[in-house]
Design a protein around this ligand. Sequence first.
Ligand SMILES: CC(C)(COP(=O)(O)OP(=O)(O)OC[C@H]1O[C@@H](n2cnc3c(N)ncnc32)[C@H](O)[C@@H]1OP(=O)(O)O)[C@@H](O)C(=O)NCCC(=O)NCCS
Length: 186
Amino acid sequence: MFSLRPVRDEDLPLILEWRNSPSVRAKMFTTHVITPEEHDAHFARIQDDPTRRYLLCLDEQGLPVGVVTFTDIDQATGSCEWGFYLGGTTGRGTGTKMLYGAVEYAFGELGMRTIGAAVLGTNEASIRIHLRLGFQLEDAELKRARLPIASTPVHHFSLTEQDWTSTWRARVGELVRRQDEGGARG
Ligand SMILES: CC(C)(COP(=O)(O)OP(=O)(O)OC[C@H]1O[C@@H](n2cnc3c(N)ncnc32)[C@H](O)[C@@H]1OP(=O)(O)O)[C@@H](O)C(=O)NCCC(=O)NCCS
């Protein structure tokens, strides 16, 4: 099983390298190359912010494989938004494994009842992975981002704890187990 733990100062250079890689930047709403100063200041700001949680995902050997961010954490409504990216080259299915743990973390440790996500319409891998995890498309119509990429359609997804525990946890858990056992996929 993969594990997740809060990002520490010593993780920042590696995370910055991942975040600045062209393949990750292309899928983000903020696409400029982030400077180390900007990156450090950002992490210093969010350190004690109860509405944000940044996690590093480690594989079975304890090696870092990716980052999951929870933002807009609202304990009153039980809702948050998430984002994520993998670092370097990882095997197929790594994203699913990381995000299975991240969903469990959100509904367990963070006590959330809904996870929301905004995904660029061009990000096929992320759309597929959200659907595979049980996320539902929130808006029938494509919304237009008001962020830097003004003309790019964005998909809004959400997953409720109820849907996760009643249906998707077992389904995705089985998928991850089969992957671990030999690469079969469902
Ligand atoms: C999104 C991300 C975490 C997915 O990781 P992954 O290891 O490829 O995930 P998995 O292999 O578990 O599954 C991803 C699904 O997308 C598909 N996929 C992977 N790369 C793809 C690509 N470049 N184009 C189209 N589909 C792709 C996989 O085939 C799989 O779908 P399937 O099982 O139906 O075949 C990873 O690609 C990533 O870090 N991307 C950059 C950052 C990002 O997009 N973050 C999300 C922002 S909302």
